[in-house]
Design a protein around this ligand. Sequence first.
Ligand code: SAH
Length: 346
Amino acid sequence: MKKEKTDIRSWDKEALRQFFVDNGEQAFRGNQVYEWLWKKGAHNFDDMTNLSMSTRAFLEEHFVINHIQVDDMQRSNDGTIKNAVKLHDGLTVESVLIPTATRTTACVSSQVGCSLNCAFCATARLKRMRNLNPDEIYDQVVAIDAQSRAYHHMPLSNIVFMGMGEPLMNYKNVLKSIEKITGEEGLNMSPKRITLSTSGVPKMIKKLADDQPKFNLALSLHSAIDSKRTQIMPFNEQFPLSDIKEALKYWYDQTGTRVTYEYVVWKGINDTEEDVHELVKFCKVIPCKVNIIEYNSIDDPRFEQASSQAIQMYQNALEKNRIIVNVRRSRGKDIDAACGQLANKK
Ligand code: SAH
C-alpha cells in the first residue's frame, strides 16, 4: 500500500532542519523550506527556487503541501465577503471578511461543524466532523488578507475566531495558528487585533490563562441565568455559570485583561428586567465589556430579535453601572454570512 505523504506544514522548523541533516544535507535548508511554507506561502515545492531541482523532487517524494481552496465567494451589498473553503479531504468550512471604513476583520472557522448544540446557531445543525489544522486556519487568514487588499485596498487588520466551531475545543491547533499568524516568520500581525470567542469551557479558559496569551478573549454569554442559558446552550448544564465565573476570575488574576461578553437579546427569552439585572451582576465579576449583537435569523420560530426597547433597557442599565456596552449591527445577512449563519448552505 502506498504510504500517505505527510502534510509538511505539520512539522515545525526544528523538525525540518533535522530532516535535512538526517538526509545528508545542511540544516539551513530546513529554514529555507520553512520560510517558503509560511512567510512566502508557497503552494508547490517547485516554487522553492533557492533549492536544487533534486532537493525539490526529494521533498515531493516525502511530503505534500495541503492548501485550502476558496471554492465559492459571495459578496454582500454591504461589502462583506463569504468564502466557502474547501479542505484537502473535500470537507468545507466558511470564512468571512467584514469591512468597515477604517478596518477589515476576518472571521475564521476552527472546526468543521461544531459539537456544541446552541439552539440559535446554524452551525450546530452540522455535526462536528473534525478539527482544523493550524495551516488550515492560517490559510483562511491569508486568503482573506488578499481579498481585503483586492477589494478594500487595505491589509487585513483584525481577526475573530467566530466562524464555525468552538476554538477552545481545538485548543492546540488554534494556538499554533495564532502563533504563526502573529509570528515574524508568518504574517506578523499583532495579537492585540485577534479575538478568540468561546461559548465558555471553564477548564480551557483556565488553561488559556496559564498560557498567558496576548490576544483577546470573548465569551458568548447570552444569559446570566443558568436555567435560561441551559435552554439555549445545552452544554451549560455541564459548565454552569458558577464554573464560568470562577474560570473568568482565574483568567483575570492571571492575565489582567478584560473579557468581552457577547449577548443576543431575544423576544420572550431574555428580554425582562430580571435578565438585565442578572447580566449587570455577572458583569461585576471581573472587568468586562458587553457587545449586544443582533440576532441573525436561522429560520427557527422560537427565536426572534427583541424589541429596540428591550435592547435600550440593557444598554441603560449597563451604562448606569459603568459597564462598557456596544450595540452591534450585523453585516452580510443577505448572504448568510453573519454570526451564527455559517452552515455550508451552498
Ligand atoms: N463557538 C464560539 C465561536 C463561534 S460562534 C462561540 O460560541 O463563541 C460566534 C458568535 O456568534 C457567538 O457569540 C455566538 O453565540 C454567536 N451566534 C451564534 N448564532 C447566532 C445567531 N443566529 N445570531 C447572532 N449571533 C449568533
